[in-house]
Design a protein. Structure first.
Length: 121
């Protein structure tokens, strides 16, 4: 809405935090404003960058594919994302095992005479 009011164009590459002129804010300005805000409500151990980690962690816990998380964070390699956030993924390993067991159970429970080719394809 500000873009229309102040007359600048917003694209998918536009900075998230901008001045009314459309120029980007300096990163330190955003960081300091956020720190001032959280301290005003009595929280002093949270930094703006923590929001990035929270965003990634919540997405992974909710089952968002790590490749999508990598792209949203702008990591050049998925290994960076996996190295940083593997601590939140043990539940994903458990889920993968449970899904695999379910698939195996379905195969074992096949009635005799079921066409194996139909199940494979």
């Amino acid at each position: 809405m500000d873009a229309i009011f102040y007359g600048y164009k917003v694209t998918e590459n536009s900075p998230v935090f901008i001045r009314t002129t459309g120029e980007p804010l300096l990163p330190d300005s955003t960081t300091h404003a956020f720190k001032k805000l959280v301290m005003s409500i009595g929280i002093d151990d949270v930094w703006f960058h923590d929001l990035r980690h929270t965003h990634a962690t919540v997405m992974l816990i909710q089952g968002v594919h790590p490749k999508v998380v990598q792209e949203r964070l702008g990591h050049a390699k998925i290994s960076t994302t996996l190295d940083l956030y593997s601590h939140v993924m043990p539940s994903m390993q458990k889920d993968a095992v449970e899904r695999f067991e379910t698939a195996l159970d379905l195969l074992v429970e096949q009635p005799e005479g079921t066409d194996d080719e139909a199940m494979a394809g």
